[in-house]
Design a protein around this ligand. Structure first.
Ligand SMILES: Nc1ncnc2c1ncn2[C@@H]1O[C@H](COP(=O)(O)OP(=O)(O)OP(=O)(O)O)[C@@H](O)[C@H]1O
Ligand SMILES: [Mg+2]
Length: 481
């Protein structure tokens, strides 16, 4: 349960004016230099950059009156906010409410935070609305008043989803609205503790003439909602669209504005979904929550270590199991590679792994292990739609590529991890012991790991080959394969 209000907030909840700048006019501000123009221009008159002007709200005439000229100085404003030594400011723990959906609480750093703003993005249809509806219902049951603002679907559609999720008796308040000022007014009138805006791209402010979803609208609406969250202590959860490349759509500044950024990952064709914290002012980043999509909604997977392995009855060439670390948990993920005769321009494609890093690893393989793929197409895939960003995946990627090239499978029960440098050295991965123990627990029997990660005491059931260089790793695999 929430303990009072956030720092500096009056009680009851501070009021947030739904329309604080009623007489505001719009102007166009350059994203590159900050220069302004009263009308839209293709080229910024100040810095000459093209296509950088976006619509913004200019300060009202009354607001402008407070501005002092350089000659008058700022003396009149010096006492506006007292300067306080850090030691004299009372540090307050953030009031956090766990939703009871354990995997979601894990990525949030323990629960929703009073006055916190969360942005959650992900591919269309991946389950954003489903998870948030489940979370709102769980929070409502815990006694927090909640408001679900839907701009993408009608109230009836949300109700239909709630029936499917078995939440037909849910008391979550639903508002089908897309105008920012009306949403803020409803927030003020109903005083919820948690608000979901699904999605920020559908919301528009009548202060701006640009269309909903435009950079200007998204920025302005998110700024108002963030300010409302900070002044009233309401937790605001924004759903954000993603671009074709998988990044959050809209202005980059959106990610800076909010406290927490979560991404939904996963292959929509598989049942598993990952929610990853990529920014969190109230908790660890790169923590992941793992869910399975079922007919009754998203269910947390509390022991996810082996769900990203495909089931081969016998080992196949081009496959190597990686032990990766996601937040605090080791995960076993199968890396698959296919090396095939290429045309005049050899292709390098990767799914779930960085393509530039793949190019680098192929160059290291060629130079330091004598494995050339210059005239071959190379495809690499992390199974299950998981995205792997840590460099400790390097060794497993290289071993799967050489396995495919040679047409020889790695032995049954084989795992690998370790970062590879440009000089062909194999660098240690963080928390190697934990990774090895998890692999042993799941029945893996053989590991190739960086020398610095070799455990001092043997791990029961696991034969460990510690290597310092890429060519050593290749020789070991050739010897045992
Ligand atoms: N009857 C059903 N049984 C099982 N799963 C279903 C069923 N109906 C929908 N789903 C799952 O729910 C997903 C839709 O989830 P949801 O609407 O929460 O996604 P979203 O991320 O909010 O999408 P959008 O970006 O379109 O708003 C579908 O892709 C499907 O996987
Ligand atoms: Mg949705």
């Amino acid at each position: 349960m929430r303990a009072g209000h956030g720092p500096g907030l009056g009680s009851p909840r501070a009021r947030y004016s739904a329309n604080p700048m009623a007489k505001d006019k719009t102007q166009f501000t350059c994203n590159a230099c900050g220069g302004t123009s009263p009308r839209w221009l293709g080229k910024c008159p100040a810095c000459g950059a093209w296509n950088t002007l976006v619509e913004t709200v200019s300060e009202s005439a009354s607001g402008g009156k407070n501005r002092l000229s350089q000659r008058e100085g700022y003396a009149g404003l010096a006492n506006a906010q007292p300067v306080t030594p850090l030691a004299a400011i009372e540090a307050q723990d953030v009031a956090r409410t766990p939703s009871g959906i354990e995997e979601l609480d894990r990525v949030l750093g323990g629960g929703v935070v009073e006055g916190g703003v969360v942005l959650i993005g992900g591919d269309p249809g991946i389950g954003k609305s489903t998870l948030l509806l489940q979370a709102m219902d769980a929070l409502h049951r815990l006694g927090l008043p909640t408001l679900y603002v839907t701009g993408e679907e009608s109230g009836a559609q949300v109700a239909l989803r709630s029936r499917r999720l078995g939440l037909e008796a849910s008391q979550v308040n639903v508002l089908a609205e897309i105008q920012l000022e009306k949403i803020l007014a409803t927030m003020e009138a109903t005083q919820p503790a948690v608000v979901v805006i699904d999605s920020i791209q559908t919301v528009y402010s009548d202060q701006l003439s640009s269309a909903p979803g435009s950079v200007a609208q998204v920025r302005e609406c998110a700024a108002h909602l963030t300010r409302a969250a900070k002044t009233t202590g309401i937790t605001v959860i924004l759903v954000g669209h993603v671009t074709k490349e998988g990044a959050l759509a809209g202005p980059r500044v959106l990610e800076h504005m909010v406290d927490t950024v979560l991404y939904f990952e996963g292959d929509t064709h598989s049942n598993f979904r990952l929610v990853r914290a990529i920014k969190n002012r109230f908790g660890a980043v790169n923590e992941i929550g793992v869910f399975a999509m079922t007919e009754k909604g998203l269910k947390g997977v509390s022991n996810p270590s082996a769900i990203f392995l495909s089931q081969h009855s016998e080992p196949v060439p081009g496959s190597c199991v990686l032990v990766t670390l996601e937040g605090t948990r080791p995960l076993l993920v199968e890396i698959q590679a296919l090396v095939d005769q290429g045309g005049p321009a050899a292709r390098r494609l990767s799914v779930g792994l960085d393509r530039d890093r793949l190019a680098m690893l192929l160059a290291v393989l060629n130079r330091h292990a004598g494995v050339a793929c210059a005239d071959q197409d190379v495809f690499v895939n992390a199974v299950g739609g998981v995205r792997i960003s840590e460099p400790a995946a390097d060794l497993a990627v290289m071993l799967s590529i050489t396995s495919s090239l040679r047409g020889k499978a790695l032995p049954k029960g084989f795992i690998a991890f370790g970062e590879v440098g440009l000089a062909g050295e194999v660098r240690p991965a963080p928390r190697g012991q934990e990774r090895l123990k998890e692999a042993a627990k799941l029945g893996f029997t053989m590991a190739v790991v960086p020398k610095a990660n070799a455990p001092k005491k043997p791990i029961a059931g696991l034969t460990i080959h510690a290597v310092e260089r890429v060519d050593e790793a290749m020789n070991i695999v050739r010897a045992i394969g």
